[in-house]
Write a protein that binds this ligand. Structure first.
Ligand SMILES: NC(=O)c1ccc[n+]([C@@H]2O[C@H](COP(=O)([O-])OP(=O)(O)OC[C@H]3O[C@@H](n4cnc5c(N)ncnc54)[C@H](OP(=O)(O)O)[C@@H]3O)[C@@H](O)[C@H]2O)c1
Length: 322
């Protein structure tokens, strides 16, 4: 089948290890189902895998991808929930120490077919296109949990979204605006700041710019490049939720003094639960939210999407049609 895989890894030239072509179809484990993928989407996670972050080299070749929407064997239209728990684990799967995402241990979604545990399916919301549906399982789920589970923000609160152009960031802007929050967003790029406004941001700022007021919560995925700004932008008692560190995980200043003196909360966030994905899907459908898509490419042209993401040149999700 046609699939997109990591065959080698390189920090400096991650795309040198990208294979787009025919791959033997992996077997379907017991109690798992094979989904015919209609659309799948790219995440920064796929670039990290090509760089050797989070995917040990002895698991190569590995089919990449965490996001998919498609058809189940019974014909149902579904979203794939990509978090795989360890056998017998009970409770919030994001706290399972041996959980994995599709493409870390089990082959991922950037393929004609993907195998998942039968319980890892969520109905595709009616009214969402296949392309929009493929955006939800990773970036949108992450943004949903960051805002509503971990920051626990309320309508009227002000939330700052760093790095407005990214998949998680555009999702956070759209979800926060739909939930009645005042959304401020930063980006390095003027066109992405304009996009953020179109998506519902109240105000936008250049990365690192001094804000007119302190915010209640910051959605942080950029990491080192924006960390000090995130700490400095919070009101006393405010919350940073961090789910990524695209620009690196070693900021020049950890800002420890400000964190304790202002009694800030720093909360790590990873993906979300299957129930959160189901609630997200309902919220997006009920509110008529249209997930921001940067571009749609045939799966066979996946390399172009990877190149755009590696260059930091995205405004929303890059989606592949199978
Ligand atoms: N923990 C989790 O479960 C989880 C889930 C999803 C994603 N993540 C992580 O969250 C991060 C974002 O993921 P994504 O899929 O949204 O990625 P993406 O679509 O590639 O977005 C990355 C964004 O980072 C921003 N950025 C700002 N300064 C940067 C710099 N100096 N270098 C590079 N990028 C910079 C850019 O925004 P501007 O150009 O607008 O400034 C860019 O659009 C990744 O690190 C990813 O691994 C984690």
């Amino acid at each position: 089948m046609l699939a997109v895989a990591a065959v080698t890894q390189s920090t400096d030239d991650p795309l040198s290890g990208l294979h787009v072509g025919d791959i033997d179809e992996p077997p379907v484990p017991e109690d798992w189902v094979s989904i015919d993928v209609v659309t799948c989407a790219l995440n920064h996670h796929d670039l990290w895998s090509l760089k050797g972050v989070g995917l040990p080299g002895d698991r190569l070749p590995m089919i990449l991808g965490c996001d998919a929407a498609g058809q189940a064997p019974d014909g149902a239209e579904v979203l794939v929930y990509p978090v795989i728990s360890s056998p017998g684990f009970q409770g919030d799967v994001t706290n399972d120490p041996r959980r994995s995402l599709l493409s870390e241990v089990y082959p991922g979604t950037l393929a004609e077919r993907v195998r998942v545990p039968a319980g890892n399916l969520v109905p595709k919301p009616e009214g969402l296109s296949w392309e929009q549906a493929a955006c939800l399982p990773t970036a949108w789920l992450t943004a949903y949990r960051m805002l509503f589970t971990n920051a626990a923000v309320h309508p009227g609160d002000t939330v700052l979204v760093q790095g407005a152009g990214g998949g998680v960031a555009t999702a956070a802007i759209q979800l926060a605006a739909a939930a009645g929050l005042r959304v401020w967003a930063t980006s390095r790029d003027a066109a992405k700041r304009d996009l953020a406004k179109e998506l519902g941001a109240t105000e936008t700022f250049e990365s690192g710019a001094r804000l007119p007021d302190r915010v209640d919560a910051v959605m942080e995925t950029v990491g080192a490049a924006t960390w000090s700004h995130s700490v400095n932008s919070l009101r006393p008692g405010g919350t940073i939720v961090i789910s990524g560190a695209t620009s690196g995980d070693a900021p020049a200043k950890a800002e420890l003094t400000k964190i304790f003196f202002k009694q800030l909360r720093v909360i790590g966030s990873t993906m979300g639960t299957r129930d959160e994905l189901a609630r997200l899907a309902r919220f997006v459908a009920d509110k008529g939210i249209e997930p921001q898509i940067d571009s749609v490419l045939p799966l066979a042209q996946a390399r172009t999407g990877f190149e755009r993401m590696a260059a930091g040149d995205v405004g929303g999700k890059i989606v592949f049609r199978v």
